[in-house]
Design a protein around this ligand. Sequence first.
Ligand SMILES: Nc1nc2c(c(=O)[nH]1)N[C@H]1C(S)=C(S)[C@@H](COP(=O)(O)O)O[C@H]1N2
Ligand SMILES: [Mo]
Length: 172
Amino acid sequence: MRSVLLAAAVASIAVPAAAQPIAVGPSINVTGPSGQVARFDLAALAAMPQAKVVLSAHGETHAYEGPLLIDVLAKAGAPTGSAIRGPEMADVVLVTAQDGYRVALDLAQIDPGVRADKVILADRVDGHPIDAKDGPVRLVVEGDLRPARSVRMVRSIAVVRAGEWGMTPASR
Ligand SMILES: Nc1nc2c(c(=O)[nH]1)N[C@H]1C(S)=C(S)[C@@H](COP(=O)(O)O)O[C@H]1N2
Ligand SMILES: [Mo]
């Protein structure tokens, strides 16, 4: 009986793991607004259309390249373009780093149809892979006066429906 239960437990663990695409090297998890999870390794990010953002921090200027964050989120089911309207105007993008650093952006402002400043998930800097101190993946937010939102060592990203949080009739 015990071995049957153990086999069932192992099978229940093994099934979802086998259904996941196998990531090559480090990867980041992206959770969409309905809880869908998409995993991106460096090859998956490099295969997407690339954009470039020049970032100046502490007297140094570097050119970062990678896909637009909105394109990555779209693959996890996030709305884009004119689909960001009504309740989706309160969708929040939470970016979490390896060291626990966390930044929130609103989904609308990262859409190129709303703001011209690009927000990218960079996997290259000055034509090279990003070192472990900053990468291998770094969020780069164009136009910020202080580069505090350009999260180094990105580990995971989640789109959350802040518009659905704790809204009682009294607080509307
Ligand atoms: N993971 C992580 N990213 C981070 C930070 C951090 O503490 N952890 N600090 C932010 C702040 S406050 C700044 S000013 C910039 C510094 O970027 P730089 O290391 O390229 O100068 O990184 C930002 N990204
Ligand atoms: Mo900073």
